[in-house]
Design a protein around this ligand. Structure first.
Ligand code: SF4
Length: 324
């Protein structure tokens, strides 16, 4: 479905390049919820932008590509980086973290829906017929069709985010990319939004790619996940396996720091800070914070490889076929 082929991307600044995505290589399958986790600034949102083909100056792809392929209504499709925007809404769509920055505050929502549905997909309908279909879809998602007459500023944050999800899924795209879709919402609304995304994925058997720094969100809804650190994946596999048996030192420390119900032992954070992406250290980028770092770690970049079936990690201490 989505193949990310040795992709590297950086932001160009006056005096240097900031390498935000560094040789990322993995696949996302049909009909799965794939999570991308990691600390702020690790490159997860930029990776999502490259999947959606929002690659505009100062962001540039330095190496590799993204391939989106599949089947919709019996027709095969295939798009590479640079072409993916041709199938926006239809085959792939994007839910951003800030609904207020996506919706035009001074345009009624019905016009924003009509503008986002390509003419060829309106099946020769009159605008009012298309809006009737949109209204029916909003009702299925628990929103009143009356919101179509509203301006975005008249809705609450949670309702605006639901409208964005309705907009992103109305054309039943094969892939939905969601970047921190519950940021700035209270926990009750957050849960409603996550359940909505999950139900839509199950209904359409589509693929949902969810970026979140919240490990609890990944635990609740993703099937597989990748842990990013300083622009690269350090571990990738089934979510359940990663939580039950993390194998990379960074993932172990990340999961060990999570609070658990009934567990009163003090939690230890990860000492230090992620390295600068402008001038990252040689070798393993986690070495300055890793309690197991060796001389080899400080000079050689570990290969991201399959350690056991379906489980990938980048660490010199891990050998194929087992743990450390
Ligand atoms: Fe730690 Fe070395 Fe593994 Fe990096 S490669 S995570 S420094 S043990």
């Amino acid at each position: 479905m989505l193949k990310i082929d040795h992709l590297s991307a950086s932001y160009k600044t006056i005096d240097s390049n900031v390498h935000v995505v560094n040789d990322v290589d993995f696949e996302i399958n049909d009909n799965e919820i794939f999570g991308i986790a990691g600390e702020s600034g690790c490159g997860k949102s930029t990776l999502l932008k490259t999947l959606y083909d929002i690659v505009e100056f100062p962001l540039e792809i330095d190496k590799g590509k993204v391939v989106l392929s599949g089947n919709k209504n019996g027709k095969r499709f295939y798009f590479e980086s640079g072409e993916i925007r041709k199938c926006w809404w239809n085959q792939i769509s994007y839910v951003s973290q800030a609904a207020q920055s996506v919706l035009n505050p001074i345009v009624r929502l019905k016009k924003q829906f009509l503008d986002s549905i390509p003419k060829e997909d309106r099946k020769n309908e009159k605008p009012e017929e298309t809006l009737k279909r949109v209204g029916q879809y909003l009702e299925v998602l628990g929103l009143s069709p009356d919101v179509l007459d509203a301006f975005p500023f008249q809705l609450s944050g949670g309702m605006r985010q639901r409208v964005i999800i309705a907009l992103a899924t109305f054309m039943a795209p094969n892939v939905v990319l969601a970047d921190e879709p519950t940021t700035a919402l209270d926990v009750v609304v957050q849960r409603g939004i996550l359940m909505m995304l999950m139900q839509l994925q199950k209904h359409y058997k589509s693929t949902l790619v969810l970026v979140s720094h919240d490990m609890g969100v990944h635990y609740q809804i993703t099937d597989r996940m990748g842990i990013m650190y300083s622009g690269s994946f350090v571990e990738l596999g089934k979510t359940k396996d990663i939580f039950e048996n993390p194998i990379h030192p960074y993932t172990k420390m990340l999961i060990g720091a999570l609070p658990k119900v009934g567990d009163r032992t003090p939690k230890v954070g990860i000492a230090g800070r992620p390295p600068s992406l402008k001038n990252p250290p040689p070798g393993c980028r986690f070495a300055p914070r890793c309690p197991h770092a060796t001389e080899q770690c400080r000079s050689e970049v570990p290969v991201f490889e399959e350690i056991m079936p379906g489980r990938y990690a980048a660490c010199h201490l891990l050998k194929k076929g087992g743990n450390q």
